[in-house]
Design a protein around this ligand. Structure first.
Ligand SMILES: *Cc1c(COP(=O)(O)O)cnc(C)c1O
Length: 408
């Protein structure tokens, strides 16, 4: 382990415990990451010292809370390298961010337009577009995936046309860990005048994202997969597109003036932030980002690449294991696999691993279409974070051998 990550587990109190009488091996980071003590303490400090509602009060605490939340917005702006702080909208999570876009973008869509997603998407980057397609009578096209779990880019080229209005794909697949060629996807989509939404839920904790360099129109993620709290998400959108979108929800905070005849909306970002937000969560997202920055993406990438390589090498030694996307060019953060015995479900293996104190995810990972593509019901997924060690992988391999013995 690199020097800067050697004691990293000490920052995460939850990791220092026994589960089922075994030291916890937490390999479900693609579902949610654990929280460092700095984030936990910041949340407690907020409630102990400045808890109050934002943007409304003239009183001191309300002003302090407002300042901190807007500081956090600026921190997210820098994290993604957005041009303007008001291009950062706080939401409830990735799902909420995508639903916001799929609803708000309606004024920019006309009947007969088309949407492109991929076979590799999380349900939350499928269903909101199906809703939109139904409402506006649009065609929903799907980029297929090859046997390596990689998008077939020739097919993408074929699907693109001047009817394409939206392309929505993930940066890194939560189901297989495949890194998608989003740079190429974005350039090609813009050539036909389409907007591109990138689902970055699995990417932001693993690599530096620069929305201006990518030229993404929308980029979304969840704080809870970035060492931050649940119930907090981010939508980055380009100013001029956000300006021409309609509000997602109506309510307090998102208006300029309300009369029964006509309501005018607040400026960005508040136009999209109806109601009292998750103030504490929005504020401590800054602490989570600060934590990532103190380690730095250079160390994170080096360490996680090392772990991925080690995991692939060691898992592939196991008899009768099928590793999905094993030969994909770029993978990050997660490995999906199955044991190739008759009548073994991924959940049987997950259950035995849990008894060893090893937490993995089993099942379809909210990505049923890609499971169907591979003709399976689900996989066992081990997913990594900055605190994952080679010892964790060794425990996983041992656990799988035990599961094999018990299930044979
Ligand atoms: C987790 C995840 C989502 C959904 O995120 P929520 O936090 O549940 O809203 C969407 N896409 C991908 C790729 C994910 O990993």
């Amino acid at each position: 382990m690199t020097e800067d990550l050697k004691d990293i587990k000490n920052h995460f109190p939850i990791l220092n415990q026994f589960v089922n009488d075994r030291p916890l091996v937490y390999l479900d980071n693609a579902a949610t990451t654990q929280k460092p003590i700095s984030v936990i303490q910041a949340e407690e400090k907020y409630y102990k010292t400045i808890n109050s509602n934002v943007h409304r009060g003239i009183h001191t605490l309300s002003q302090l809370a407002t300042v901190e939340m807007e500081e956090s917005r600026k921190c997210v702006q820098q994290f993604l390298n957005a041009k303007k702080n008001y291009e950062i909208i706080f939401t409830k999570g990735t799902t909420d961010s995508i639903n916001l876009v799929a609803s708000g973008i309606e004024p920019l869509i006309k009947e007969g337009d088309e949407i492109i997603i991929s076979n590799l998407e999380h349900h939350s980057n499928i269903v909101p577009w199906q809703f939109l397609a139904e409402r506006k009578n649009l065609k929903l096209n799907v980029i297929p995936v090859d046997d390596n779990g990689e998008l077939i880019m020739d097919e993408y080229d074929r699907l693109l046309s001047n009817k394409t209005k939206i392309v929505a794909v993930n940066h890194i697949s939560n189901a297989l860990g495949v890194v998608n060629p989003i740079e190429d996807i974005i350039i090609k989509a813009h050539k036909v005048g389409a907007y591109v939404l990138i689902d970055g839920a699995q990417a932001v904790s693993h690599r530096k994202v620069d929305v201006q360099a990518l030229n993404a129109d929308f980029y979304v993620f969840s704080a809870h997969k970035l060492y931050g709290p649940t119930g907090v998400g981010v939508l980055y959108g380009k100013e001029e597109i956000l300006e021409s979108m309609k509000p997602y929800q109506g309510g307090g905070e998102m208006i300029k003036e309300v009369t029964f005849e006509k309501t005018t909306y607040a400026d960005l970002p508040f136009k999209f932030e109806a109601g009292t937000p998750n103030i504490a969560g929005n504020i401590v997202l800054k602490n989570a980002i600060d934590f990532v920055h103190t380690i730095g993406f250079k160390s994170i990438v080096r360490h996680e690449d090392d772990i991925m390589k080690y995991a692939k090498e060691n898992l592939s030694q196991i008899d009768n294991i099928i590793i999905y996307a094993q030969n994909a060019q770029h993978t990050s953060g997660a490995i999906s696999f199955n044991l190739n015995f008759e009548n073994i479900h991924s959940s049987d293996v997950g259950f035995i691993l849990d008894k060893q104190g090893i937490a993995v995810r089993t099942g379809h990972h909210c990505a049923q279409p890609i499971m169907k593509r591979f003709g399976i019901k689900g996989t066992i997924r081990a997913s990594f974070a900055i605190y994952t060690t080679k010892e964790d992988i060794d425990q996983l391999v041992k656990g799988i051998y035990l599961a094999q013995k018990m299930l044979k």
